[in-house]
Write a protein that binds this ligand. Structure first.
Ligand SMILES: Cc1cc2nc3c(=O)[nH]c(=O)nc-3n(C[C@H](O)[C@H](O)[C@H](O)COP(=O)(O)OP(=O)(O)OC[C@H]3O[C@@H](n4cnc5c(N)ncnc54)[C@H](O)[C@@H]3O)c2cc1C
Length: 477
């Protein structure tokens, strides 16, 4: 393994050894991309990684529903060919985004429609274990698991030269591993801001959008029953509660119930059922009350979206970048984190190819990196702000300029109750397949503003909702 110190010219650092801190989705995808340009890549992960799909301590969110948005799946597939087919072979469900997904939002059912949008539904541990297996198989990548990173090594100019790490049970004995590039993929809890301060750099300013949300999740045996949906979401204001039920491998349902702010969350099965029964429509409850629970109720509290403004720092050491939740962790209800990590990994590939063409990492590589991912993070972050800053609890943070856009998006939501074209376009934007500007093109604008309204009485189950859209023009066109 290329752990030896690298000789660096004054202009470009070598592409010999890269270290990725954190072996979760962002770290694994980054490692895959780094393996194209670096001689060797080492992933350092504090958890012992099981070869089989299992929840693990370092990723507690893994017990809860993880929607892989279609852009994220496409990018992961491009990096790891065959991933999607193998996931399906292992029990992931391939669903039609338009037909199989039933979504009750803002008091109505979005139009179910024919669409070329598909998505894969599986547990997060299955996805991660398959990604990890492929990265482990790369000839020039090594996963060192059960090893905790505890600090950065730097030279007299402040350039990062490697990391310090520690194994449990060694009484704090540290080892140093040298690298030309260190990638922080340690997630939201990353210690890199503190480590930067230790070596004389200012840590990034952190921004919080404090829409806190708690999740309670449970798996159920999936009964062989005919339903008019294969995945179901119940969400949207004014209700402080939601519900999602998605098929996962092992013929199971994964049911996640989100509650905002101080909503009391269920701890046991009876409470879980009662919470499901209190949702805006009965469909989720009607399904799970018949199903056998297969797990305990798992809970997770998320205190708000957190963005570290690395791109605004005047001084940042060479030889270090960050990716994924370490830069920005988003309100999970929008399902963006893994996809943003994949988009960032793709951007890293482009930047590294450029570095390789120019003989190594330029001295401003880190700065270029944070500049390159800024629009990627902005796209998801702005979406979170638009939605979360409607919440009365966060009203004081709500800038006036967001209001016209929020109003328009409210109209889009209502239009998804009656227009297949608007629903499809909305799904494509949500899945990062189209730019949000597509929601303003003339055909969609006309449907949103002038196509009348459709409401159904509160609590109408999908089976009793008016059939079919008013405007049956599927596809975003
Ligand atoms: C409740 C919840 C639900 C979510 N739902 C979705 C969803 O539906 N769709 C979606 O796309 N995203 C979702 N996300 C976000 C998603 O989990 C993350 O965006 C995604 O996992 C990428 O994160 P990451 O790899 O950057 O960090 P993480 O997944 O947090 O992983 C960090 C890794 O670093 C390791 N680590 C930490 N410190 C050290 C150290 N000192 N040394 C070595 N290793 C270390 C950890 O063990 C872990 O493996 C959800 C998040 C939460 C909290």
């Amino acid at each position: 393994m290329g752990h030896s110190a690298s000789s660096r010219s004054s202009t470009a650092r070598g592409l010999r050894h890269a270290i990725v801190l954190g072996g979760s989705i962002a770290g694994l995808l980054a490692a895959r991309v780094l393996s194209d340009t670096f001689d060797h890549v080492t992933i350092i992960e504090r958890d012992a990684l099981a070869r089989s799909p299992e929840s693990r301590k370092g990723v507690p969110q893994g017990n809860h529903l993880h929607a892989l948005l279609e852009r994220g799946r496409i990018l992961a597939e491009a990096l790891l060919p065959g991933l999607s087919e193998d996931l399906v072979a292992l029990g992931a469900a391939r669903l039609s985004g338009g037909r199989d997904l039933a979504w009750h939002h803002s008091g109505g059912w979005r139009v179910q429609h024919d669409s070329d949008l598909t998505f894969l539904s599986m547990s997060r541990p299955l996805l991660e274990s398959q990604v990890a297996e492929r990265v482990r198989a790369l000839p020039n990548a090594t996963i060192l698991d059960g090893l905790r990173a505890v600090g950065l090594c730097s030279d007299e100019r402040g350039t990062i030269t490697g990391i310090r790490a520690c194994r449990p049970g060694t009484h704090g004995e540290e080892e140093e591993i040298e690298a030309d590039l260190v990638v922080d993929a340690m997630g939201r809890g990353s210690m890199v801001p503190q480590w930067l301060a230790e070596i004389g750099f200012e840590p990034p300013r952190a921004e919080l959008v404090g829409a806190s949300v708690s999740y309670a999740s449970c798996t159920f045996r999936r009964a062989d029953r005919r339903l008019n949906w294969r995945a179901l979401i119940i969400s949207g204001r004014p209700v402080r509660r939601g519900g999602l039920i998605f098929p996962i491998e092992g013929d199971r349902w994964l049911v996640t119930l989100p509650g905002f702010f101080d909503e009391p969350m269920p701890q046991e099965h009876a409470g879980f059922l009662a919470f499901a029964g209190s949702l805006a429509v009965p469909d989720l409850y009607d399904e799970i009350r018949e199903c056998e629970p297969l797990s305990e109720i798992k809970r997770h509290r998320f205190i708000g979206s957190l963005r570290r403004r690395y791109e605004r720092l005047d001084r940042f050491p060479e030889g270090l970048i960050a990716i994924g939740d370490a830069v920005c962790s988003f309100n999970p209800v929008y399902g963006q984190g893994m996809t943003v990590s994949a988009i960032e990994a793709e951007a890293l590939g482009r930047l590294l190819a450029d570095a390789q063409a120019h003989g190594g990492l330029a001295s401003d590589f880190s700065r270029r990196w944070f500049r390159a991912i800024r629009p990627i993070v902005d796209a998801a972050w702005n979406g979170v702000r638009l939605e979360d800053l409607r919440l009365p609890e966060l009203g004081s943070q709500r800038p006036l300029h967001l209001r016209p856009m929020q109003w328009y998006l409210d109209q889009v939501q209502l239009a998804t109750h009656r227009s297949a074209a608007v629903t499809d376009q909305f799904y494509r934007v949500m899945n990062f397949l189209d730019s949000p500007s597509r929601l303003f093109r003339p055909r969609i604008l006309a449907e949103v503003l002038f196509a009348g309204s459709r409401t159904s009485p509160r609590g109408t189950s999908l089976a009793d909702a008016p059939l079919g859209p008013i405007s049956q023009t599927g596809g975003a066109g």
